[in-house]
Design a protein around this ligand. Sequence first.
Ligand SMILES: Cc1cc2nc3c(=O)[nH]c(=O)nc-3n(C[C@H](O)[C@H](O)[C@H](O)COP(=O)(O)O)c2cc1C
Length: 326
Amino acid sequence: MDLRTTYLGLELKNPLVIGSSGLTDKLDKIKKAEEHNAGAVVLKSLFEEQIAAEADKLSSGDNNDYPDAYDYIQQYAQDRKINDYLDLIKDAKTAVDIPLIASINCVDANEWIDFARDIENAGADALELNIALLPSDPFVESKDNEKMYFKITEKVRKAISIPISVKIGYFSAGLANLIYNLSASGNVNGITLFNRFYSPDIDLDTLEITSSNVFSSSEEYTLPLRWIALLSEKIDADMAATTGIHDGKTAAKQILAGASAVHVVSALYKHGTEYINKILDDLENLMKKHDFKSIEEMKGKLSFHNIKSNKNYERIQFMKYFSGIS
Ligand SMILES: Cc1cc2nc3c(=O)[nH]c(=O)nc-3n(C[C@H](O)[C@H](O)[C@H](O)COP(=O)(O)O)c2cc1C
């Protein structure tokens, strides 16, 4: 069984990528990922906000009296975080053979673009841009909101030559068009669907705002599945699925829809990194059952483009059930 896949122009021994998270923020964890057969890892993101928060902490939040000192501290905090990150890439690059995909969580095209160059020079094989946009302002048009995706990816593309993937959320009234245009811009090599955002909830006992579960449930995989199936043959970029992939079956489904790789996080927090082998065994068994000899042969077999009943991917009503259930 040939589990190899090409993702972002990189040769992966299998399509199972450990997604960006605390599972990839230290050298020993990255070594463990390789030991347990991960195809690649996306490193924990460097967050713009995280850097700013660290600067606040160091300056005890008292920025108004000493603006110059604050600037200095902010620069210091920024450098320190970045140096830790660059050291992790350099150390991991010598310690493991699997591809290392660095990650930056960004909301604007600011001076952090310089970090992208440092990340490339440190030896990262690719860079995932986690662009976290919430179109929550009722006075901003969707086109204006989404310009940011293009502004960021264009600037980063000019700065580095390693492959770039962009991880986006699903908040868009023109999602297919957005993904198509991102790939047509020529600035990205891959699209990762979807960013799983913090969601607020309400505690009815205390009437306070709480957070929904940070870990996904195994039912959530259908969200990326639809969009990967709809778009994988229409765009000139690799697609990766993230959210709700908890086993070999759901990994297989994303590949059948057209994904080149699957990013797994919550299931590995729950069962340990060694669970990768169980996911891969189950994926191989499914391939055997349906007589697929390779991931390449299996990839996209059930994409919108390749099946007759493809309208099911565009369907949004349970009409048959709604009309029959009283
Ligand atoms: C504890 C934790 C930390 C995460 N940190 C990041 C991060 O730094 N950058 C990022 O792009 N995604 C981050 N994610 C999101 C994951 O990469 C992934 O997209 C999401 O958890 C959905 O995949 P899953 O269903 O396999 O968990 C994090 C997720 C978890 C649970």
